[in-house]
Design a protein around this ligand. Sequence first.
Ligand SMILES: NC(=O)C1=CN([C@@H]2O[C@H](COP(=O)(O)OP(=O)(O)OC[C@H]3O[C@@H](n4cnc5c(N)ncnc54)[C@H](OP(=O)(O)O)[C@@H]3O)[C@@H](O)[C@H]2O)C=CC1
Ligand SMILES: Nc1c(N[C@@H]2O[C@H](COP(=O)(O)O)[C@@H](O)[C@H]2O)[nH]c(=O)[nH]c1=O
Length: 372
Amino acid sequence: MTGSGHSLNFDLHEIGGRAIAAARLGVRGANPIVGAIVVDAAGRILAVGHHRGAGTAHAEADALAQLRADLDSGRIDIRDGNGPADWTMVVTLEPCNHTGRTGPCTHAIRDAGIGTIVYGAQDETGEAAGGAAWLAAQGRRVIAGSDVDPAWAAAARRANHRWFAARAAGRPFTSLHLAQTLDGRIAAPDGTSQWITGPASRHHSHGVRARADAILAGTGTILADDPRLTARLADGTDAHRQPLRVVMGHRDVPADAAVIGDGRFLHVRTRDPREALRELASVGVAHAMIEGGAAIAGAFLAADLIDEIWLYQAPMVLGGGRAVVVDLGIETLASAKRFEYDDVGEGAVQRCGDDVVLHLGPAPAEPAQPKN
Ligand SMILES: NC(=O)C1=CN([C@@H]2O[C@H](COP(=O)(O)OP(=O)(O)OC[C@H]3O[C@@H](n4cnc5c(N)ncnc54)[C@H](OP(=O)(O)O)[C@@H]3O)[C@@H](O)[C@H]2O)C=CC1
Ligand SMILES: Nc1c(N[C@@H]2O[C@H](COP(=O)(O)O)[C@@H](O)[C@H]2O)[nH]c(=O)[nH]c1=O
């Protein structure tokens, strides 16, 4: 029950928190992370769904598919007063109302007959927004979580704060890849860098490549390494889904560069990261992996254009060589760019072969705290 005039037969703080926990099983990228829970008239959880990344079922559809399977198998029994019309779906993001790679969740919820929908964050993205109003127009009871438990609604929004920021700016979501030594080097003084990290963490980073729509490296990396920038499986063969390969910088890319490959290649002749992302957005890129090197990583970090970091750290020391990021002109500790551990998916810290993999995201801007 709540004191807001909306009565619910369960504790939204608890069920909503579990929906956010379900969302956090997903992956970051072109789509937001989303969790959905269906609760029956007695307040029991019937299904828990989450979204597993662009091109896969949305959280609502995932939960509804579980419901259908349990109804078909008789595991859930519909009785008077406890059928779909009496059930509530709690979803961390307003259900989408458009057809993307999958159909509109609003229609799936209507077709399933769910009576009440409680959502956390409002969908602010032009094309998918309006789901709450559409469902209300279909006669469903639709409740904005912010009217019942504002702290839960704020937490649901915070879970995707960088995704919302990227969308609002009309740019792709970005993942920065860094493969470094213990002392923060990405190449030895002679430019050699293959390989700092071991096969397990390189395989992991190829998984991120395969999820991304584009993978971007600077002309410096292209000229030093002649990389392919393809997504490859553990056995070295190409993954089914290949990102667009992108080179950034003014210098020409040699005609025989491996990155040109089969032609799904783009040269963005700019040093301005915003302009590079604009160009990528204009060709339909919704998730870009920024592979480096140090100048490119620095340019995107300085412009606050990195939404998540995958940092692969190998147990080796070089002492000299290329630092992971160029000088950003930060003079004092108080101006440091700060990140927080992001436990979405596999967790924020993991061992990968001999290396450690850290998953981080920029901390959201918080109101200034008093000094102590
Ligand atoms: N361990 C790892 O994870 C990685 C290691 N590496 C290593 O890093 C080294 C290359 O690093 P680095 O030299 O920094 O190369 P970068 O790939 O960062 O490319 C630098 C070049 O990019 C162009 N450029 C584009 N935008 C900017 C900008 N905003 N600011 C500055 N330059 C920009 C410039 O060339 P132009 O004149 O063409 O504009 C610049 O010289 C290599 O030794 C490579 O092996 C590289 C990637 C990953
Ligand atoms: N050195 C280094 C990396 N380097 C990155 O990988 C690129 C090579 O890509 P490809 O030709 O497709 O295999 C290289 O140019 C650089 O961007 N990556 C890592 O995971 N670990 C490493 O130790």
